[in-house]
Design a protein around this ligand. Structure first.
Ligand SMILES: O=P(O)(O)OC[C@H](O)CO
Ligand SMILES: [Mg+2]
Length: 229
């Protein structure tokens, strides 16, 4: 296979840069338990990458709680616990090494996340060093993002905000979520999936590569400068 020429990188955030999906899983499980329902991976897979109200609507509908629990109440019941737990999130393995490396080599990078601004600030407050190296961040509540993942809007908005004219085919997206993968591919980009600790390969569809963590990523396979270490 010809080595692609990647010139720009777009990172998803939740579940890719930050270990926040475990917080969402814990809290969604807690709330559903109050209504005698279970939170499982197939439901989580439908919510990942979605914006706040979209993911709440999916959770309520798929759990058979429509008419019993409103998405607004779900979001309200979760909010206090999110405020407490989101600032405790950590960087996922390999993030610091890869972001520092690409920054040192002058590769423009940005973040495209379904997170709303208030949650973004909570999640990143202890990781400013990493996010300062990003050329820009597009968030779920950005006016340019008309439709959330799996629509390509957020990745196309991210592409437009780099300096100069950048081809989508020269962009590499890192994503953890099935909907994020669809969005990246529909935006015409190459995409590496880091699916987290889930065995079900059916969710990896469309990825140009699947790796278990960013520690496994080899920049030179994508036309990016190799690690020195
Ligand atoms: O994976 P992100 O960064 O697009 O955000 C996802 C939602 O906020 C939580 O699943
Ligand atoms: Mg994600």
């Amino acid at each position: 296979m010809l080595t692609p020429t990647i010139t720009h990188v777009i990172f998803d955030m939740d579940g890719l840069l930050l270990d926040t999906e475990r917080i969402y899983t814990l809290l969604s499980g807690k709330i559903l338990e109050r209504y005698g329902k279970k939170f499982d991976w197939p439901l989580q897979a439908k919510m990942m990458g979605k914006r706040t109200m979209e993911s709440a609507q999916i959770c309520v509908n798929e759990s058979g709680l429509a008419g019993i629990l409103s998405p607004e109440t779900f979001v309200k019941e979760r909010e206090g616990m999110l405020q407490e737990l989101l600032p405790t999130c950590s960087l996922l393995p390999g993030v610091e090494r890869l972001v520092n490396h690409l920054h040192a080599k002058g590769i423009p990078m940005c973040v495209a996340t379904a997170s709303c601004t208030s949650h973004f600030l909570l999640k990143t407050q202890n990781h400013s060093k990493i996010f300062k190296m990003m050329h820009h961040v597009v968030k779920g509540d950005d006016p340019e993002v008309k439709q959330g993942k799996p629509a390509p809007d957020i990745f196309l908005a991210a592409l437009r905000r780099f300096e100069g004219i950048v081809e989508a085919s020269n962009c590499l997206v890192f994503e953890d979520a099935p909907y994020g993968m669809i969005a990246a591919k529909d935006a015409g980009m190459l995409a590496v999936m880091v699916p987290g600790p889930r065995p079900d390969v059916s969710y990896h569809e469309g990825a140009d590569q699947v790796i278990s963590s960013l520690l496994e990523f080899s920049p030179q396979n994508w036309g990016l400068p190799p690690f020195q270490d």
